[in-house]
Design a protein around this ligand. Structure first.
Ligand SMILES: NC(=O)c1ccc[n+]([C@@H]2O[C@H](COP(=O)([O-])OP(=O)(O)OC[C@H]3O[C@@H](n4cnc5c(N)ncnc54)[C@H](O)[C@@H]3O)[C@@H](O)[C@H]2O)c1
Ligand SMILES: [Zn+2]
Length: 388
């Protein structure tokens, strides 16, 4: 039993970071990047190392020269810590620790200290992996994220988490580490293949379903434009989705997820499992679309939600371009059990404590549920398979 004289420190640390929306971040006249880099010490020179994923360099061959020009024209503020470093991105770079440790080794070679900036340019997987390496280097160097996919701009890059996959589990190794800043450059999305343009939109549907009915209605009204990759509609979707994610992280009182409830992970217990069952052939956003459909079905059949909402949700996801069935959903494990259901236990373990998943009461209104009947999940799969 603690005595009154025993020490009991209480730490409270405030974090703040700007999330900036811009176009052509390395345009010499564009003040956005210089503004965020100099926001704490505007009169000091800052070391900056760029880590960029290969697919981005391939799509934007002039980008690194633009970055060098930008640094030169802001030489009072920015000193490049050598040439940019290019790594392969995509989910493969999150496969275990190997690539993250290689990144840490490069940070060591370049003499990065805690006040140096690591600028990470790439998709959600690359940001997660390099972000993790940066977070464990000197226990955390400053990072500026420059997300280059719809999913990363609308969701993953604006948050406080990083990680890599290990032991067959998604994001098993990782940390909570708020960035120094996030810069969303809409131009960089123009080189995305069609699959990636649509992939991240499921996260916007997800956050609308748990937080904002008017955003859901907006997505419904603009589904055809979104499916056609309309530039303006995509930009609006990204901005509102990012804002809703940020409002939750900053305003719901649990940014580092110390509790068990995690509404932003609506639909994710099955999504993460499907990603790993498919050896990551099913992309995160695609798996989330299916996971959202499964948990919406369970909300209806559990007696919490009107059936018409389920119809609206699946019609919307399909209108945007998602396929809501994948044969690997019915994978069975050694004992003949539905492998997907292991996702529930893995999800519980990842969060700690009691199983807590989000179900829906209405559009814009989620609630914590602490059990999910396996028969409901099986019913959801049968329903999705039948309507494919
Ligand atoms: N940290 C978090 O809070 C959080 C939240 C949601 C998702 N995630 C993670 O994000 C990852 C998914 O991110 P994603 O959907 O961005 O996938 P991704 O990073 O795998 O990128 C998708 C593909 O697009 C390519 N690419 C990236 N930018 C490009 C560009 N501008 N032009 C052409 N090609 C480009 C990549 O090389 C890759 O092949 C998953 O690992 C998921 O777990 C993390
Ligand atoms: Zn997600």
């Amino acid at each position: 039993v603690a005595a009154a004289s025993d020490p009991h420190p209480c730490l409270s640390v405030a974090f703040d970071y700007p999330v900036v929306f811009t176009r052509d971040l390395f345009g010499v006249e564009n003040p956005a990047l210089a503004g965020v880099l100099g926001r704490k010490e505007p009169t000091r020179k800052h070391r900056l190392l760029i880590l960029v994923e290969e697919a981005v360099v391939r799509s934007w061959p002039g980008l690194l020269a633009e970055a060098a020009r930008y640094a030169k024209s802001h030489k009072k503020l920015i000193e490049l810590a050598g040439e940019p470093i290019v790594f392969e991105g995509g989910e493969a770079c999150k496969d275990g620790l190997a690539t993250a440790l290689e990144v840490a080794e490069r940070l060591n070679e370049r003499g990065m200290d805690r006040q140096s900036f690591v600028m990470i340019i790439g998709g959600g997987a690359f940001l997660d992996m390099v972000g993790f390496a940066a977070a464990i280097t000197h226990r955390g160097v400053r990072i500026v994220r420059v997300p280059t996919t719809v999913l990363a701009q609308a969701d993953s890059a604006v948050g406080v988490k990083n990680g890599v996959n290990a032991f067959g589990k998604k994001n098993f190794l990782g940390t909570f580490a708020p960035p120094f800043a996030v810069v969303n450059d809409e131009r960089l999305l123009e080189s995305l293949p069609p699959r990636e343009r649509v992939g991240g939109m499921s996260e916007a549907v997800k956050v609308a379903l748990i937080k904002d009915p008017s955003f859901f209605t907006w997505i419904q009204a603009n589904a055809a434009r979104l499916a056609a990759h309309d530039h303006e509609a995509t930009a609006t979707l990204i901005r509102r989705s990012a804002q809703l994610h940020l409002d939750h992280i900053a305003g719901a009182g649990d940014p580092f997820e110390l509790g068990t409830g995690r509404p932003l992970d609506f639909g994710h217990w099955s999504a993460h499992k499907l990603e790993s069952l498919s050896k990551y052939e099913v992309r995160h956003g695609e798996a989330v679309a299916i996971g959202v459909a499964i948990d919406t079905w369970c909300s209806v059949e559990g007696g919490f939600l009107a059936r018409s909402v389920l119809e609206d949700v699946v019609r919307l996801l399909e209108a945007i371009g998602f396929r809501l069935w994948d044969p690997r959903l019915s994978t069975t494990s050694a004992g003949g059990k539905l492998a997907l259901l292991e996702g529930l236990d893995e999800f519980r373990e990842h969060l700690g404590g009691e199983l807590t998943i989000t179900l829906l009461r209405d559009v814009g209104s989620g609630f914590d549920a602490h059990a999910l009947d396996p028969d409901l999940v099986k019913g959801a799969l049968a329903w999705l398979e039948a309507r494919r």
